[in-house]
Design a protein around this ligand. Structure first.
Ligand code: ADP
Length: 302
């Protein structure tokens, strides 16, 4: 498993990762979700020893990455699929990794097959690969040493819908066999379909974490009516928190509570249901728009 405890990374006066604590468990796919610039890559780079932490601990299988004798056999890493030697072929890149890890030569063909790169594709230079092909090659490299832990930064980038489904099935199978998978994304829906657990990060800080089921269940109730003012008044009187989306209200209470309240207030409802995921989506949109405001401000200052 992967354990991160009170991890902080400062660049000068700027805190990119701020007191981050979470665990990615064996047998589960953990989604690391956050808008661009939230601190996902920095956290993952610290985990695999590419960036030193300012403080805190990051451990893979109970040890710091730097203390793993043959790291490729313990943890498969894909951070930047484009960071390959562009003049080498896919097969050459895999062969170098196979020899470095001291693995049998047949692993190369097994992995090419596993990620559906054909022999002719494997013989092409990486500079001529599409981003999707680079991602497949990166995943092949990560899987080469048959590790128990996978750390993948935005692995779905550049994959077409069929590729995303392929990757989802691959990671699901891997976790079902007891593997630990940590993967990052800046897209909620992409991660929602793949992950069992979610860790949500914004501006370097963890803003939510738990099982996907818990985070989706915490969403409250979605309710629609043609008489919003009366319902809103009833909610305020009952001390219930709510927010208004374009054409509905989201209430921090169960649907039966909201239904009873509407009945008592004499308000006809046109829709009443558990707002699965709506709370998470709202929170995520808020994070994303905050980040966008930050960059607009930075842009204006520059
Ligand atoms: P994410 O992967 O979530 O998009 P990153 O971890 O790449 O986010 O970046 C988090 C923040 O840290 C960003 O604001 C980024 O500009 C900043 N950052 C990342 N690397 C450096 C660096 N080497 N020096 C200064 N700032 C950095």
């Amino acid at each position: 498993m992967i354990k991160v405890e009170s991890l902080t990374k400062r660049y000068g006066g700027f805190t990119a990762v701020d007191d981050v604590t979470f665990t990615a468990r064996a047998g589960r796919v953990t989604g690391f979700l956050g808008p661009n610039g939230a601190g996902k890559s920095t956290t993952m780079r610290i985990m695999v020893g590419l960036t030193p932490a300012s403080s805190g601990i990051a451990e893979v299988s109970g040890r710091r990455f730097a203390d793993l004798p043959n790291p490729g056999l313990e943890v498969g890493v894909l951070l930047d699929a484009s960071a390959q030697h562009a003049g080498r072929t896919g097969r050459e890149i895999l062969t170098i990794a196979q020899r470095t890890m001291g693995l049998p030569a047949r692993r190369v063909d097994e992995m090419l097959d596993r990620v559906s790169l054909t022999p002719s594709e494997a013989g092409r230079r990486v500079r001529n690969y599409s981003l999707g092909m680079r991602q497949r090659l990166g995943i092949a490299t990560a899987l080469l040493g048959d590790p128990e832990v996978l750390i993948l930064d935005e692995p779905a980038n550049g994959l077409d819908p069929a590729g995303i489904r392929w990757m989802r099935d691959l990671l699901r199978g891997y976790a079902d066999q007891g593997g630990t998978v940590l993967l990052s994304s800046h897209l909620l829906h992409e991660i929602e379909v793949i992950a069992d657990d979610l860790v949500v990060i914004g501006q370097g800080r963890i803003v939510a974490q738990g099982t996907k089921a818990e985070l989706l269940a915490a969403a409250g109730t979605l309710v629609r009516t043609r008489d919003v003012p009366t319902l809103a008044r009833a909610l305020v009187d009952a001390d219930l928190e709510f927010s208004q989306t374009t054409d509905a209200l989201r209430v921090d209470a169960d649907p039966d509570v909201v239904g009873d309240l509407a009945l008592a207030a004499g308000v006809a409802l046109t829709e009443l249901r558990a707002a699965d995921g709506a709370g998470l989506e709202e929170m995520f949109l808020e994070l994303t728009s905050e980040t966008q405001r930050e960059s607009i401000r930075e842009g204006a200052a520059a």
